[in-house]
Design a protein around this ligand. Structure first.
Ligand code: FES
Length: 105
């Protein structure tokens, strides 16, 4: 069964000489917090979380994108996860303050 929402979190680790990357900016902790929240809210059948490679705005990591809406969030920290889960994944309203500036609304 397909989930209602699919969250892709960038876990890319670029060579430091190239610049920052989401893996080095804390994406493992963001994924861990997301998975915990999904269990906490019994969303296992509705939301799927996957790590992915580079989404583009590497200097603004941690980046993640939520489908089917295609909403990208940047500079996400573990502390932001409860708000994203409650507002967007459960309530259907994206968290505007975290939307990527590289994404036109
Ligand atoms: S490394 Fe995450 S967007 Fe490029």
């Amino acid at each position: 069964m397909l989930p209602e929402k699919h969250v892709f979190v960038c876990i890319a680790n670029r060579p430091p000489v190239v610049g920052p990357s989401c893996g080095g900016s804390g994406s493992p902790a963001v994924i861990e917090r997301l998975q915990f929240a999904i269990l906490e809210h019994s969303l296992m059948d509705k939301v799927r979380v996957n790590g992915c490679t580079c989404l583009g705005p590497c200097e603004s990591g941690v980046n993640m994108v939520v489908y089917p809406e295609g909403v990208m969030y940047s500079k996400v920290t573990p502390e932001d996860v409860p708000e994203i889960v409650q507002s967007h994944l459960i309530g259907g309203t994206p968290v505007e303050r975290l939307r990527s500036s590289s994404q036109s609304a």
